[in-house]
Structures are given as structure tokens and as C-alpha cells.
Design a protein around this ligand. Structure first.
Ligand SMILES: Nc1ncnc2c1ncn2[C@@H]1O[C@H](COP(=O)(O)OP(=O)(O)OP(=O)(O)O)[C@@H](O)[C@H]1O
Ligand SMILES: [Mg+2]
Length: 244
């Protein structure tokens, strides 16, 4: 069977910077795959290219059996490919519940009450808020949440689209240890329920206990992939991290 996500020779330059430089990788369905690499190695740019937030200079992306190169973020989201951001992106001046509704694909008219949000989507939002233990803050503005809670809200909101593949960009960065455990629990639960994950993360203990396989990026290209143990003992990976 072909991989759920296949990236072939993807390239993106900013001025003279080769942010992503002929990168190829594959994510198999049913995995929690890690994407690691030193700061500036191109992980976030690659996420932006895969999820349609940036256009590549060249290369292809295949998702779920079709070529999706060049599709915009909205189209990919509707096809079941969604992502979170390194700096959690929620609408700070909307309530937590409204953020869920917006993520479900509703626009301002529903928020203003002139068109109704379907009962099933409302129920889905309520269930997700319950699952993520955010029900008690449903009526607060997202701006009033802690940073960790905003990351949880962003994750919960992404699930409104019933995605097949979710890309998480540093889900534990800047959150406290209890919240890291909470995040891990939610990823595991959703993985058990059938979602495939590609996770960018700098916390190596988190990566090593949660992810398999691990793909390593350096200077915009894949330099290694394999089980956590294989990658940890790879000379190229050690070089990339130690900068030698
Ligand atoms: N919009 C942009 N304009 C110019 N250069 C950019 C832009 N976005 C990224 N870059 C550059 O591309 C390279 C890759 O950056 P990217 O953010 O993808 O790395 P990263 O692996 O996500 O790093 P980090 O681990 O610090 O988040 C860096 O040299 C960065 O400065
Ligand atoms: Mg990044």
C-alpha cells in the first residue's frame, strides 16, 4: 500500500535561503511519525508546504492516494489533512465554543446567529470540549486561556474536520509538564481512534516514547529515518545536532 502522505523532492527558497531543499519523506497510515531536526532545518516550512500555507518552488505532495500539490489549505482541510501551529493559532476575541464552530467550517453569519450551526456539529463541538476538559471554559474568550489551554483548544478545533492526518508543530513547546502529559494522552487516544500524526517536536524524551518512526531533517532535506533507536545512533544525525 502506498503511504498516506508522500513528499517528493520538495523545494522552497526564501531569497537566498534554501529552507526546504529537495526534501522527500513518507508517512505511513496508522503511525505517529516524528519530524525532528535542528532549529532552522526547515520543519515548519515543510509543514507550510504540505498543508497549503505556502507554495513550493518544485516537488510533489501526494495525500491519501491523490496528488494534492498546490491545493490551498482550505481544500486540504476538507480532504482530511489539518495541522496546528508552532505558536498556537486561535481566535483570541472569540469564545472557546465559537472557536470550535469556526474550525468546523462555519463563517461569521453562523456566529452572528443568522444561520444555524447544525445540531450534529454543535454536538461534536460539545463532545470535543468535554474530551479536552475545556467545557468549563467554553464561554470564556480564547484570549483568557493559558497558553497550554490554547494549544489544547487548537488541537480540539482541528478535530472538528474529522481529519485523517494531523500535523502538530511543537505540541509541547512552552507548556508545563502536566500539560505535556495531557497533550500526549490526547494524541495517543486519537491515534488509537485511527488518526495518523506527523509531529514536529524538540522534546526528545517525548518523541522517543510516543513516535515511531522518526524522520530527521537537516538543512531542508531528510538525512535519516527509522525507529527511535536507529535514528539515535545514526552518525549523520549526531553530526547535525552537534554541528560538527
Ligand atoms: N517566511 C520566511 N522568509 C524568509 N526566511 C524564512 C521564512 N520562513 C523560514 N525561513 C528560513 O527558512 C529556514 C527554515 O526555517 P523553519 O522555520 O522552517 O525551520 P524549523 O526547522 O521549523 O526551525 P525551528 O525548530 O526553530 O522551529 C530558516 O533559515 C528560516 O530563517
Ligand atoms: Mg519550526
Amino acid at each position: 500500500m502506498s503511504p498516506l502522505l508522500e513528499v517528493t523532492e520538495l523545494t522552497k527558497t526564501f531569497g537566498g535561503v534554501h529552507a526546504v531543499d529537495g526534501c522527500s519523506l513518507a508517512v505511513e497510515a496508522g503511525t505517529v511519525t516524528a519530524l525532528i531536526g535542528p532549529n532552522g532545518s526547515g520543519k515548519t516550512t515543510l509543514f507550510n508546504l504540505i498543508t497549503g500555507y505556502l507554495r513550493s518552488d518544485s516537488g510533489r505532495v501526494r495525500f491519501n492516494g491523490r496528488d494534492v500539490t498546490g491545493l490551498d489549505a482550505g481544500a486540504l482541510y476538507r480532504h482530511g489533512l489539518s495541522r496546528t501551529f508552532q505558536q498556537a493559532r486561535v481566535f483570541p476575541q472569540l469564545s472557546v465554543a465559537e472557536n470550535m464552530v469556526v474550525a468546523g467550517g462555519y463563517g461569521w453569519r453562523q456566529l452572528l446567529g443568522s444561520r444555524r450551526v447544525s445540531r450534529s456539529d454543535r454536538a461534536r463541538a460539545d463532545e470535543l470540549l468535554e474530551e479536552f476538559r475545556l467545557s468549563h471554559v467554553a464561554d470564556l474568550l480564547a484570549a483568557e486561556l493559558s497558553y497550554g489551554q490554547r494549544k489544547l483548544l487548537e488541537f480540539a478545533a482541528v478535530l472538528m474536520s474529522e481529519p485523517t492526518l494531523v500535523l502538530l508543530d511543537e505540541p509541547t513547546a512552552g507548556v508545563n509538564p502536566v500539560m505535556i502529559e495531557t497533550m500526549e494522552r490526547h494524541i495517543r487516544a486519537r491515534h488509537a481512534a485511527g488518526i495518523t500524526f506527523l509531529v514536529v517536536e524538540h522534546d526528545m524524551t517525548f518523541v522517543m516514547r510516543l513516535c515511531d518512526p522518526v524522520i530527521v531533517l537537516d538543512q531542508g532535506r531528510t538525512i535519516a529515518s527509522g525507529t527511535p533507536a536507529q535514528v539515535q545512533s545514526d552518525a549523520l544525525v549526531l553530526d547535525a545536532y552537534l554541528g560538527s
